[in-house]
Design a binder for this molecule. Structure first.
Ligand SMILES: *Cc1c(COP(=O)(O)O)cnc(C)c1O
Length: 813
């Protein structure tokens, strides 16, 4: 057994292309080392068998793993801590490239975007290796650094931490030579005692750097960096900054650098993008580029979001639009996202040339072909001269090639290439401008849209799981269109994350999930007896909650020849008084179950708490739980087998950890709303509802705005009409100043009555133009805040968003 300090990382065992920590991402078994990490709910070691059967032969496990002898020809490294071994291995790997300059980026925000921008700017004349997506954690950093090979002449890696003492591990793996500190948020997280401590911890990434780049106007960062031995290369309004800003006129930024005047052209006006672009410009100055080249390259950075989006496409297609840079690593991530989506049989990849520095293009495109095969791509459309020249490599697929984006667009327009009922992944390098292809393939979006962050969904799921015992199962409720966010999409993400059960309200919803490739067990809350047959055919488990329902079930089963038992769940009413069997009905229930014992299998039994989210109902909730325990014991005794017992909703999971039993039922919490108000800061915002400004008017005293002339103007006011109304689910109770929206970071109150498709807001003093984005809710304004303003609950706000509002799904890491 090995302490990782005594492992010889130069031994042949460690020669491998891929380090795998997530069995679902396996691509090339023979070139993979699997690290069995201990996760919150799962022990990586339980995947050894599956991976061995798929051909993996190298495993790193902990010393308690005693099944190694079962696997012929497999090699095992036993150690104390697999994560530590992963980190030490990649630290060793980095040491093999002592002359490689490495930029490392940290800060509270914008690490990923600055990294991706720097990559776009620098890969033009350098061979850059970078973190995929936002791989900046204790696991992400080692996986990023492992990609370094002898061809690279620059590394760009991000590093993120959430707790003290984490940065030293990341610094020892990345071993950066140039640092970039983006910024520091105004609040310190709960794990840090102060903002200063957080800056110090993050800044420790740069202890051994030669140079560090940052904005000198961030005083805390500046104070901390001055304590280090590295050279500070700074920008800012501060006159002592290396690049000091004198004046900004539109997009022209007049600066002084080494006593000389220069002008930088920064193509952004919003503060965040401006800051990010200035970091990039300063990095280029430091790397020795001249100002005209800097302006040339910065000018090409468009404010395209760095993310992966999923939208409804034309002809019943689903479009996945990937905005990340197009390299092999990015392609692999996009393809594994594709693998989570099962709704179409045809899986199409539209790919542009990969503009990465590899000189051996045949080998590069051979790898692309292999990735396509591994991820079950059925149709391949290549765009660009390189792909065209290598088309014989893709013989096994249904293919079409175009020399450039223009040719592809033309073919789509004149219908010489068509799409129907397929899942399409669009992945193009920046200069191929695939957004123009996306514009042709996506369903036209009426300006109002609901954006769903699938990474936040996963984060929230993991958070609730972290509160559960390792044996407790999770059911996620995706009723009411997945609380308004789209049940199929959520179900795909949840299935991928191995949720144990899904809950829907009606049989039809369950059928739709089955038709879209969802295999997870599903419970139907309010089934109607005429759908028993449908449910049985689709393996949906009805909730049986009353004597009438039970009789209907018995009658249905009498007429059926059942070979396999029909799975059902039972609801006991312990105090919600909505649905469920009462105590008096139990003898009848038990007799019926006895008659049906060969035809029915009770998989689960549950109850629902009436006041799990409020302290004042604590005693009542505990009584409910107690009575449920009693009744379920009686049930199991009567039917003679154990069933899955569950009683907690999202609020209950937080409040009653002792009542988790065999399963919990997660609902609103998945959407980032913690109704107890106890754990809100641990959750991420999932949904953002946005629209745009349609028109702006200046009005004066005496003018009125909207129906019934309710919006009375006082003094000179600037009024914007925005593209959302009550028919979109924008509640009419928000009229007349009750509600507010966010425009360019400012709060704008509603003036007058909310109309059917539009509303008016007061934007006096807010810099805004027609077409600017308007946030109804999202990170900057919570659903809970809006709910309070109109005396309702967040559930109603979320589920009221009408069907005509297009849903857009994205992942941003
Ligand atoms: C909707 C629902 C849940 C989930 O409730 P949340 O408060 O959203 O967590 C759990 N159980 C049942 C029976 C439900 O109907």
């Amino acid at each position: 057994m090995n302490n990782s300090n005594s492992i010889d990382f130069s031994s042949p065992f460690w020669k491998a292309k891929y380090l795998l920590i997530d069995s679902r991402l396996l691509t090339a078994p023979s070139q993979t080392i699997f690290f069995a990490l201990k996760g919150i709910k799962r022990d990586g070691q339980s995947f050894v068998e599956e991976l061995y059967n798929k051909g993996v032969r190298k495993f790193v496990v902990t010393s308690d793993f005693d099944e190694g002898y079962k696997y012929k020809n497999a090699e095992f490294i036993y150690c104390l801590n697999t994560l530590d071994t992963l980190q030490k291995l990649t630290q060793y790997h980095r040491l093999q490239y002592p002359n490689l300059p490495v930029i490392s980026i940290t800060g509270s925000n914008a690490k990923t975007i600055v990294k991706e921008w720097l990559y776009s700017i620098l890969e033009i004349d350098r061979n850059v290796v970078k973190s995929p997506k936002s791989y900046n954690s204790q696991i992400g950093v080692p996986l990023s650094v492992w990609q370094i090979n002898e061809k690279h002449d620059l590394g760009i890696f991000e590093a993120g931490i959430s707790k003290p003492n984490e940065m030293q591990h990341l610094a020892s793996i990345i071993q950066p030579t140039i640092g970039l500190f983006t910024n520091i948020g105004s609040a310190h997280d709960k794990h840090f005692t102060s903002l200063e401590q957080k800056v110090k911890e993050k800044g420790s990434l740069f202890n051994h750097c030669d140079y560090v780049i940052y904005c000198k106007d961030h005083q805390l960062i500046d104070a901390e960096m001055q304590t280090k031995s590295c050279t500070c290369v700074t920008w800012g309004y501060d006159q002592t900054a290396s690049i000091s800003i004198k004046k900004i006129d539109n997009y022209a930024v007049n600066v002084i650098y080494k006593n000389t005047d220069y002008t930088l052209h920064i193509p952004f006006t919003d503060a965040a993008s401006f800051e990010n672009a200035m970091h990039c410009a300063t990095m280029m100055v430091h790397l020795g580029y001249n100002f005209s080249e800097i302006n040339n390259r910065i000018g090409k950075l468009k404010s395209i979001p760095m993310r992966l989006e999923k939208k409804e496409g034309i002809q019943q297609t689903t479009l996945i639009n990937d905005f990340y840079n197009n390299d092999l690593g990015g392609l692999q991530i996009a393809l594994s996202f594709l693998a989570q989506n099962q709704e179409h049989k045809t899986r199409t990849l539209i790919l542009s040339d990969l503009l990465q520095g590899d000189t051996d293009k045949s080998a590069l495109y051979q790898k692309v072909y292999e990735l396509c095969n591994e991820h079950e791509i059925t149709r391949f459309i290549g765009v660009g001269k390189q792909l065209q020249a290598h088309q014989e490599l893709f013989k096994g697929l249904k293919t079409t090639f175009f020399k450039d984006t223009k040719a592809l667009r033309k073919a789509i327009k004149n219908k010489s290439i068509t799409f129907s009922k397929e899942l399409i992944l669009l992945k193009g390098a920046r200069q191929f401008e695939f957004e123009k292809v996306a514009a042709l393939l996506q369903k036209k979006i009426h300006s109002t849209q609901l954006e769903i962050n699938l990474d936040a969904v996963t984060h929230n799921l993991m958070f609730y799981r972290s509160l559960l015992h390792s044996s407790t199962k999770t059911m996620v409720m995706v009723k009411a269109l997945g609380y308004g966010s789209g049940k199929t999409e959520l179900a795909n993400t949840l299935q991928y994350n191995l949720v144990d059960y899904l809950g829907v309200a009606f049989a039809d919803e369950g059928v739709e999930l089955r038709e879209n490739g969802i295999r997870t067990p599903i419970m139907v809350l309010t089934p109607s007896p005429d759908s028993f047959e449908t449910m049985r055919m689709h393996q949906l488990e009805p909730e049986i909650y009353s004597i009438e329902m039970l009789n209907a079930l018995e009658q249905y089963l009498e007429e059926e020849d059942t070979e396999t038992a029909f799975k059902i769940q039972l609801n006991f009413d312990t105090g919600m008084h909505r649905l469920g069997f009462t105590e008096e009905e139990l003898p009848y229930l038990f007799q019926a179950l006895d008659r049906l014992k060969n035809k029915v299998k009770v998989t689960g039994v549950f109850t629902h708490l009436a006041g799990a989210d409020e302290d004042i109902h604590d005693l009542y909730s505990k009584e409910q739980i107690k009575s449920f325990r009693k009744t379920t014991a009686l049930l199991e005794k009567n039917i003679g087998y154990t069933v899955i017992k569950h009683c907690l909703n999202s609020a209950g999971i937080v409040r009653y950890p002792d009542a988790q039993m065999d399963m919990v039922r997660l609902g609103i919490g998945l959407h980032g709303i913690e109704v107890n108000g106890m754990k809100q800061e641990d959750l991420h915002t999932v949904a953002t509802l946005k629209t745009v400004i349609a028109q702006i008017k200046v009005m004066n005293t005496g003018d009125t705005v909207g129906y019934s002339r309710k919006g009375v103007v006082n003094g000179e006011r600037k009024i914007a009409t925005i593209g959302i109304g009550y028919a979109d689910g924008f509640d009419r109770r928000l009229s007349n100043g009750v509600g507010k929206v966010v425009i360019n970071g400012y709060l704008a109150p509603i003036i007058g009555n909310v109309c059917m498709d539009m509303s008016m807001v007061d934007i006096t003093d807010i810099p805004a133009e027609v077409g600017d984005e308007v946030i109804i809710f999202g990170r900057s304004r919570s659903i809970s805040t809006i709910a309070k303003e109109i005396n309702t609950i967040p559930y109603e706000i979320l589920t009221s968003i009408s069907q005509r509002v297009k849903r857009v799904y994205y992942m941003e890491g």
